[in-house]
Design a protein around this ligand. Structure first.
Ligand SMILES: *Cc1c(COP(=O)(O)O)cnc(C)c1O
Length: 344
């Protein structure tokens, strides 16, 4: 078998949810958009429902189907992009709760499904999703009378605790919502870590559940082992891979490993990523190709059958850094080709 092997630790995932929940004294939802950040929304939702999670967020109505099948009627499934044209049947049939982001969406929802639950998102400065101040002023009273399940907004810079955007957005959110009786939500993972002023009635972590920054104390959830397909010896001066971009400067033992950019290992990793045999780092050399990478294993005492690229010695954010990206992108790029094992 030449596919890479993902191990997903559901006990670590649920421990991360409990740890984040314990930092608050409010409801804690779980964000499982993009197939639970690439880790499998059905298994993740099932594990979290057992912990008592009652609110899940997906990005798109289509993502709600797998989650609804996994959790039955035990949880609310909220859709962050709201009520789009063509979503009405799915929202009704799967009992999804759209988070309405604009006057258009509010009108569409009230016309199509007048008695169906909904939430509202306000824009407090990120300029991505949500009602702006003037629109909110125009519809707030009527919308709140229909009892939304939540009024939320999203922080743009919560992973930088000292960023002035955080208190600015907090202040705008207060100004837009103080005095309402609807539950309020502002914090994702980063917002939880900013402290209780940001927690309101509900927090909605995503990345921290999956072991990613900015939740530094998270337990790692993902391990990725890649099989070695072939080993060879190079003499000093031989070159490796497309473009001959790497040349051996000593006699080198080279492992060819079965995963590449088609599996979410971005070509940018060619600039100096590491793989691991136990705790021993082995540098990726040459260019990442579609299905293969090449690794210098000269310094190992034995020929490896597999090398790890996400492991305790190299958490997902460290690997992401080698590619100039973030843990979120690394996780959501994980290949459907990898075989998956859920533990815990
Ligand atoms: C993705 C997302 C979250 C979760 O954010 P994390 O940084 O992964 O915790 C919460 N709220 C909204 C609106 C989001 O888009």
């Amino acid at each position: 078998m030449s596919t890479g092997h993902l191990t997903i630790d559901l006990a670590a995932l649920t421990a991360n949810w409990r740890a984040l929940h314990a930092m608050t004294s409010c409801e804690t939802a779980a964000v499982i958009k993009a197939d639970a950040y690439g880790l499998g929304s059905e298994r993740v939702a099932k594990a979290l429902v057992k912990q008592g999670v009652r609110i899940f967020y997906v990005a798109m109505a289509e993502e709600g189907a797998a989650v609804r099948a996994a959790v039955g009627d035990k949880a609310q499934i909220r859709v962050l992009t709201g009520h789009m044209r063509g979503d009405t049947d799915m929202i009704a049939d799967l009992n999804l709760t759209p988070i309405l982001n604009s006057i258009d969406q509010i009108n569409r929802h009230f016309e199509a499904l007048p008695d169906h639950p909904f939430g509202l998102q306000l824009d407090t400065g990120m300029n991505r999703l949500g009602l702006e101040w003037d629109d909110w002023a125009a519809v707030a009273e009527a919308a709140l009378r229909c009892k939304p399940v939540v009024v939320m907004s999203h922080l743009a810079c919560a992973d930088e605790p000292d960023h002035p955007m955080n208190p600015y957005q907090l202040d705008v959110f207060h100004q837009m919502t103080d005095g309402i009786t609807t539950p309020r939500s502002l914090a994702a993972t980063g917002g939880i870590l900013l402290g209780p002023d940001y927690h309101f009635d509900e927090c909605r972590p995503g990345i921290g559940l999956y072991g990613g920054l900015p939740f530094e104390d998270a337990r790692p959830v993902v391990r990725l082992d890649l099989p070695v397909v072939q080993l060879r010896d190079l003499t000093a001066g031989e070159v490796v891979g497309y473009g001959n971009s790497w040349q051996a400067d000593r006699p080198t033992r080279l492992a060819t490993v079965a995963a590449g950019y088609a599996d979410g290992l971005q070509r940018a990793l060619s600039r100096g990523a590491m793989l691991f045999h136990g705790d021993t780092p082995c540098p990726l050399v040459g260019r990442v190709s579609m299905d293969l990478i090449t690794v210098d294993v000269t310094d190992l005492n034995e020929d490896p059958n597999a090398l790890a690229i996400i492991c305790d010695a190299q958490p997902v954010d460290r690997l992401a850094q080698s590619a100039g990206t973030i843990g979120y992108e690394m996780l959501t790029s994980l290949s459907p080709r990898y075989s998956r094992r859920y533990v815990g």
